[in-house]
Design a binder for this molecule. Sequence first.
Ligand code: ZN
Ligand code: ZN
Length: 158
Amino acid sequence: MTARPPIPSPPYTGSCLCGQVRWTLKARPLAVNACHCTDCKKTTGATNVVMLIARSEDFSSTGETQFYRKRADSGRELDIQRCAKCGTRMFHHNLASNALVFIAAGTLDDPSWAIPTSHIWVEKISPGVTMEEDAIQVVGQPTDRKILMDAFAKVYGS
Ligand SMILES: [Zn+2]
Ligand SMILES: [Zn+2]
């Protein structure tokens, strides 16, 4: 069994490395998803990136960010926001729909509970990376993000 500490009650807070950018999420995330795509490896320098998927209306941030507009092979575009000072990858929105925000879980002040319930682009997984046995695995990008939210709700309740 995957050891999963309970998810603390909201709000959740996070910041970049230098502390210039801070964010607050005032509701539970809808999903905790790990992405193993090449772009996420490049933009973080890590083997994968864990993202909290949440409603934009529950999210706010302070501090100056700069963004890089990334275009995926699918044509989907997203603005990856970084701290303008220290360059930490913070969060992004999909240009086609601003309803959701994707927050890099490593920027949480307390990241201890952010354990993925889904993994995408699993065919690109880096050597040495393991996946929780109760998390779902998706090849490539899911056509509907609802399966990521369903996976989260199945583990933690909705
Ligand atoms: Zn910073
Ligand atoms: Zn990715």
